[in-house]
Structures are given as structure tokens and as C-alpha cells.
Design a protein around this ligand. Sequence first.
Ligand code: NAP
Length: 279
Amino acid sequence: MTMRFVALPGGERIPALGLGTWMMGERASRGQEIEDALRLGLDLGMTLIDTAEMYADGGAEELVGRAISGRRDRVFLVSKVSPSNASRKGTRAACERSLKRLGTDRLDLYLLHWRGGVPLAETVDAFEELRGAGKIRHWGVSNFDVGDMEELWALPQGPGCAANQVIYNLGRRGIEFDLLPALAKRHVPIMAYSPLEQGRLLGQIGLRELARRHNATPAQIALAWVLHREGVVAIPKAADPRHVEENRGALELKLSAADLAELDRVFPPPRRRSALEML
Ligand code: NAP
């Protein structure tokens, strides 16, 4: 199975299908099982891992650190600074803590988890400083709507933003109206979080019916749909190894124009602007 890739604004290619880690690392008793699931995902070529200092209060980063041990160079590692830490000094300190928990000397992509009270320029300065020091290779944002992106791009260093991580799945298509085109114009990819709507999408009858005809599962159709767009990375979270394998299989699915039209009828695209949703 070949992996698909998405280009960052500078041209570097990153895997289109990665591994999420929210709700991982909360219970030590499941640590080994989850670590194995992440390793399985890496073995299957899903070599982008998304984590955050916030997840399990650093526990998810520690788990990821163990999962990537011995194979760090083959992983595109993404983590996030919480808004409450996103001052100039706070961002640098938070990054050091994340690096320590992850057992590495650099992040491939460091995101501002969502917009908080710290002026954007301050966080961006800290990101650029970390980049200059080789602690992070790229920086970006998360949960930024069009207005936030415009403010960011207006900053002297703002155009250096490499990605925006936002919620995107069949049931939440609002970004197609304005955010997705605005990012595409600048060749900034989106990382689609909760691509399965945390599993809530999967019982939908229209989705199940299309999956049946493709001899696939609803999760595979939902992921194939997110992945059919240019410039979109999907980061489903799966602690169950069967889910990991299934999700990898979504890359083999080709949705036809008729399939896409059918999905549009069940999950209509947006007709007007709506504020960016967030989980
Ligand atoms: P998600 O990936 O849409 O769904 C995860 C849930 O779906 C889990 O319960 C998982 O179960 C289940 N699942 C996974 N694959 C499945 C399959 N093939 N069949 C049936 N069920 C399946 O939700 P998410 O965790 O919210 O989003 C993904 C990642 O995005 C997060 O882990 C996190 O890294 C990131 N995220 C970022 C933000 C942000 O603000 N930037 C917000 C939310 C999420 P098992 O675990 O039991 O396999």
C-alpha cells in the first residue's frame, strides 16, 4: 500500500493519513496496548503523529515518546502549546517540556492549540525563535477561523504558518465555504481533526449503505472522503489495532463522482458562512 502525501507551503511532503492521540495516556493500565497500536500505525506507514501538551496532562506525549523510541527519524511529530502557555517565554518553556516527554530534540510541527489571550505576535516570535534554534522545524495554528488567519498573515512572520488544524468531517463541512479556499490560496494544508466525529458518524444510514456497496466500513468511507481533497491531512485516533488497520485501508478506497454526489445529498455542503466549530 502506498502512502499519499500533502505538501507544506515550503514543499516538504507529509503523510496525508496520520495518528491522533487525544484520550490516550489517561490510564496507565492501557499504556502498553496503546503504544502497540501507535507502533502498528507507524509500521503501516501512518508516520505522522499528532499530540499536545494538554492531552492527559503530558501523558499522551510520554506515550508517544515510548512509541517512537528507536524510530524518531521516520516520524513527522506534531505537538501543541496550550494558549495559557503561549507567551514568548511560556512557549519556549512548554516546548522544552514537550521535547523531554517525547524523548526527542525537535518537533516537526508545533501548533498553537487555539487562540487565547496572548497577542499572536508574541507566540509567533517564540515559534520563530524555536525554529531558529532547531527545536521545531515548522510552526502552525489550530482552531483558527478565517479572521484569525487574516490577522496572522498580516504579521511580519505570519506567512510562515505551515498548517491549520481544524475539525473537519462529513458532518462538519463549514470550512469548505471560506476557510478551506483561503488556506488553499496560500498552499497551507489543513489537518482534519475528529475525522470520524469521534465515532458518532459511523451509524449514519447513508454512510453505512455506501460502505456496504464498497465492501468497506463506514469509517473507511468517512476517511476516504476527508482524504479525497487536495491539501488535507486526516489524523484519526485509534487505540484498537483493528481500527488502525481499517483506517489505513481507507487509502485504498476510490470514491467516484457519483459516490461524492451521494454523500453530498446525505451530508450537504455549506451554503453560507458559519463560525468555525471546535471540540
Ligand atoms: P476521531 O479520530 O474522529 O475518533 C476517534 C474515535 O473513533 C475513537 O473512539 C476510536 O476508537 C474510534 N475509531 C477509530 N477508528 C475507528 C474505526 N475504523 N471504526 C470504528 N471506530 C473507530 O476523534 P478525535 O480523537 O477527536 O480526533 C482525532 C485526533 O485529532 C485526536 O486524537 C487529536 O490528536 C486531534 N484533535 C485535535 C483537536 C484540536 O483542538 N486541535 C481537537 C480534537 C482532536 P478506539 O480508540 O477504541 O480505536
